[in-house]
Design a protein around this ligand. Structure first.
Ligand SMILES: NC(=O)c1ccc[n+]([C@@H]2O[C@H](COP(=O)([O-])OP(=O)(O)OC[C@H]3O[C@@H](n4cnc5c(N)ncnc54)[C@H](OP(=O)(O)O)[C@@H]3O)[C@@H](O)[C@H]2O)c1
Length: 256
């Protein structure tokens, strides 16, 4: 029986980078996104070409129904889970000053980045705990993708930063809870990574990199996050549950 990994938002960007890395490790995959399956058919074909089973679980993690759809799909298709990667997330609908954020935009972002991530994790963590009780040798883990924005504030993306800071402490809370069951929980904090999410500000970030925003003079790639996630999930960083791994080219390093 192959191990199964659920990667939320695994249909493109960083999530897809993680999915590819886990497929290379031999994990069967459950890929989640909000688009209809035919729109991600090409991606699914590419992943299946890596020799593992891949199912697509369409569902909005920000809604109760969406989360139920994902978990029901997992139970039906695989019947078990070994790894949860909480990666799905959105940027603010509009980049605007913190004085201008509307309650509607705040709720829309928090529902996905924070509330949805929390309640999906709560359900899956309970399931994982049961699986572990039934088979104490199972190696399971949870990886939460937050952002440098959990730590580096931006007045034009205030709600996003708040959602990532909240998800960071969520990760710590689950690290404590899941330690009871021997299941490590990690947080990965990507820096500026070349995906669709940064489309509107790609050029600004390119200029930032040229001007020394990162110590390593390039943007991050989804493969970078994939490699780090795979190392954590393989157990290459033993005795380190609850830790935050920054994959940001040194962007968070204080300098003078
Ligand atoms: N790119 C960066 O610079 C950067 C930096 C730090 C942290 N991050 C974080 O990394 C994660 C991935 O970002 P990305 O850059 O790869 O973004 P992306 O290219 O925009 O991809 C977002 C993914 O999340 C899925 N998604 C969006 N809303 C969803 C929802 N409500 N329910 C389920 N799935 C949903 C999308 O599905 P569809 O394909 O169906 O739309 C897609 O697979 C996010 O949490 C983001 O905050 C990104």
């Amino acid at each position: 029986m192959n191990k199964v990994a659920l990667v939320t938002g695994g249909s493109r960007g960083i999530g897809l980078g993680i999915a590819k890395a886990l497929a290379k490790e031999g994990f069967d995959l459950a890929i989640n996104g909000v688009r209809e399956e035919p729109q991600v058919a090409q991606t699914l074909t590419e992943l299946r070409a890596l020799g593992v089973r891949v199912v697509y679980l369409q569902g909005n993690i920000g809604t109760k129904d969406g989360r139920k759809q994902i978990i029901d799909g997992l139970r039906e298709k695989y019947g078990h889970i070994d790894v949860l990667v909480n990666n799905a997330g959105v940027a603010p609908r509009t980049r605007c000053d913190v004085f201008e954020i509307s309650e509607e935009d705040y709720d829309a972002l928090m529902e996905i980045n924070q509330k949805g991530t929390f309640f999906l994790t709560q359900e899956i963590a309970k399931w994982m705990a049961d699986l572990k009780k039934a088979d104490s040798d199972r190696q399971m883990s949870i990886v939460n993708i937050t952002s440098v924005s959990a730590e580096i504030a931006s007045v034009l993306r205030g709600s996003y930063c708040m959602s990532k800071a909240a998800t960071s402490i969520m990760s710590t809370v689950f690290a404590i809870k899941m330690a009871e069951f021997g299941i490590p929980v990690y947080e990965i904090r990507p820096g500026v990574t070349e995906t669709d999410m940064i489309e509107a500000v790609r050029e600004t970030y390119h200029q930032g990199v040229k001007s020394g925003m990162t110590l390593e003079p390039r943007m991050g790639q989804p493969e970078d996050i994939g490699k780090v996630a795979a190392a954590l999930i393989r157990g290459d960083l033993p005795y380190s549950t609850g830790q935050i791994i920054s994959v940001d080219g040194g962007m968070n390093i204080k300098r003078m």
